[in-house]
Design a binder for this molecule. Structure first.
Ligand code: T5A
Length: 292
């Protein structure tokens, strides 16, 4: 080992420790322990990487830098770090284009350096979700009250994960949530299962930071592919669902005209989502559903 290698390595370690201490408080910034644990510099590690990994690392650099700049500027502006990811929700009747726009939005956010994930409810992958899936595909029957509570439980079982993701700086783009739960059960018109009853098991779940309600007429929805395959996809049910959504609508929702070209809708959706992301980076508090 040459004589001047010691100060260089100490200098690098001190810098790495400072970076770790600082970065651990910045949600969304993945902490790398360059050269500390493994005793290698970032350049050496990149050299050892596969060609595909090397290309990805260089390609992603501008996105990463943009994300880090955003996180850092939040820290200096607010004086303390409370930045988090945004919870962005799409709601609406069947076939209004929620999945299309949610998928596009995740891609658009990532292209702008925002770490984002696509979520959807029901989450048909869990044990409860599998029961819901059977019900929706008319493979099983259940009391209306029971299936409502199962849909709600499917959200509660993912609440902690959702909160952890948001706190770590990941923006969650969600396709349906509690509002669908209430709108669909209330639309059945079952005695006692009104909107007030439907809301009760949802109270206390995380409230979205932005809710985009995609508005589409029943006639236009029926023209779109796949309509009529699942339990609730009938014109009468969808009419009642729309009425329930109307009854639940709150001032802060964004109502989007969904009968336009996907690209045009996407521009509007992205603008709304970026505004929510910005507010959450600036430390906006995560609210609870239907709690004052
Ligand atoms: N439910 C759900 C409850 O009862 N309680 C609950 O708590 C919850 C969470 C779930 C069902 O469960 C109920 C509600 C639902 O009935 P789902 O899995 O969300 O269902 O599926 P659906 O809403 O039925 O259908 P999709 O999710 O598939 O509809 P989307 O997402 O609104 O529409 P999308 O994007 O798939 O598009 C549908 C078609 O339209 C085209 C697409 O290419 C596609 O073919 N399209 C457009 N065409 C023209 N112009 C545009 N702008 C278009 N955008 C999309």
């Amino acid at each position: 080992m040459c004589a001047n290698s010691q100060p260089t390595s100490l200098g690098f370690s001190a810098r790495a420790i400072w970076i770790n201490r600082t970065a651990r408080h910045i949600p969304g910034w993945r902490i790398r322990t360059f050269g500390v644990k493994r005793g290698r510099s970032p350049r050496a590690r990149l050299k050892r990487a596969t060609p595909a990994r090397r290309r990805a690392t260089h390609r992603d650099a501008p996105r990463r830098d943009a994300a880090r700049a955003g996180a850092l500027s939040t820290m200096s502006a607010a004086g303390k770090v409370a930045a988090r990811g945004a919870f962005v929700l799409f709601e609406g009747a069947d076939r209004c284009g929620k999945s299309t726009q949610a998928t596009r939005l995740v891609r658009a956010l990532e292209a702008r350096g925002v770490e984002a994930e696509l979520w959807r409810y029901p989450d048909r992958a869990t044990a409860m979700g599998k029961m819901i899936d059977q019900y929706l595909r008319s493979k099983s029957e259940m009391e209306d009250g029971a299936i409502h509570l199962l849909f709600a439980a499917n959200r509660w079982e993912k609440k902690a994960l959702m909160e952890r993701k948001l706190a770590s700086g990941v923006t969650l783009v969600c396709d349906r949530y509690s509002y669908s739960g209430c709108a669909f059960t209330a639309a059945k018109g079952v005695d006692g299962l009104d909107l007030e009853w439907c809301r009760a098991p949802e109270v206390g779940l995380p409230r979205p930071d932005a809710l985009m309600y995609l508005e589409l007429s029943l006639e236009d929805a029926a023209k779109r592919g796949g309509f009529g395959e699942e339990r609730y996809e009938t014109t009468e049910m969808q009419r009642a669902v729309k009425a329930s959504f109307e009854a639940m609508r709150e001032d802060w929702w964004d109502v989007i005209d969904a009968n336009r070209e996907p690209d045009v809708i996407q521009d509007e959706v992205l603008r709304i989502a970026l505004s929510a992301v910005e507010k959450c980076r600036a430390g906006r508090e995560l609210k609870r559903l239907w709690q004052s």
